[in-house]
Design a protein around this ligand. Sequence first.
Ligand code: NAD
Length: 482
Amino acid sequence: MAHRIPITVAHGDGIGPEIMKATLRIFDAAGAPLDYETIEIGESVYLKGVSSGIPSDAWESLRRTKVFLKSPITTPQGGGYKSLNVTVRKTLGLYANVRPCVSYSPYIVTRHPDMNVVIVRENEEDLYAGIEHRQTQDAYQTLKLVTRPGTEKIVRYAFEYARANGRKKVSCFTKDNIMKLTDGLFHSVFDEVGKEYSDIEQDHWIIDIGSARLADTPSMFDVIVTSNLYGDIISDIAAQITGSVGLGGSANVGESCAMFEAIHGSAPPIAGKGIANPSGLLLGSIMMLVHIGLPEVAERIHNAWLRTIEDGIHTQDIYRDGKSIELVGTDEFAEAVATRLGQKPNVLKAVHYDKERSLCSAVPRLKPRPPQVQELVGVDIFVKYDGSPNDLAAIAQKVENDKLNLRLITNRGVKVWPDGYPETFCTDHWRLRFRAEESVKLALKDVVQALDQAERVGLHFIKTEQLYTFDGIPGFTLGQGE
Ligand code: NAD
């Protein structure tokens, strides 16, 4: 008997079971040599009190098969539930999220007939760290964490993916005009790593105008690499403008494991009606087949799917009078694909997969980084305070010692002392910046001493951030006039 490949499968919530059934029906018809290990995840698991939405025995299966085909799940509303998708991606080190968004004009109505964009989304960092705090009555905070190794891995991955898949250009999207350190790092690593891929055209866009252009003229783009939140948002937009968010498949790739899914969610309003488009999950699963070394099966299924689309057999999300031929439900659509196995599209470009065309799962090697000199030069003490900037400054000055001087006070990032404007609206969340003179050597105990003094003078501090330089370059943004 031919070697069968074990994969872990989760049927998910909402439309999940329907689109998974359709996908596996097509796999069976194509004779995909797979053994399925089914795990339960999502809403039912959350409601049993497992806050991650995934039971511990499911991890055993995932770590054994290293391949996960996952339907969308519903995250229950309310506190205490961790995002299962984020947990799985991070726990298994699935650092790259690959989301091809392709138009199938004229068969699927779209304003963008020439669209063929792959979004490579960083999958482990950024605002998805899930580290949030309520710091005062009025202020809530989330941590945007961006690391140099994480950024280098995703940027290099995007270039490697482009090369392996015959793509010509990689565009980087950031907001580094505002977030100069975090997004600035992403942009500068893109420029730096990009020099090693001179065969590939490259450019950088500020995320706002980049997204506007993507929505308006997607043919300008080929591969886009971006951070986690931006990638999440723009890939839904990109999938939707190909004709339906139901068309987008997604691969989450790591060094040893990979997860394949649809871009979209569990679509509760249409769940159980048998009308969901299974194409997103199917296209995700086609990436899986290539990834696990079954490119011939992937090719047969993908071409049969293209032929189905071309024959006008459409689910309701892409059905248009005058363009489509037959309105079908989820099961009928799967049947239509199954009966077309072995056929190719006539007008749409048939796909060809071989072993070279891959998702490049090897983690890109990191550049050696010489250690930098990290020097403490000050501290930002964040405090909860109800009152005026000048009154706060008078108290904060009592915290000064022979090394640390109060330099400025900001409220929501705007300088309010010295020389603030009375028009500036202030909340109960303030930052006091204490700096040392350049000649002064500062140690952590000086910060502790300042905090001790702050407590004595009645300042309610809610967090501190040490100010460091790295080889003399400030590792913090400067306040106005600093
Ligand atoms: P959604 O993607 O489920 O639905 C958005 C819209 O697209 C809805 O109008 C829906 O009917 C339509 N749609 C989505 N997939 C479709 C398909 N295959 N065929 C036809 N129409 C389709 O987004 P949402 O409503 O914001 O989220 C619903 C739930 O899904 C939430 O609980 C959310 O947390 C979850 N979610 C899960 C994942 C995942 O598991 N990967 C991703 C996103 C959202």
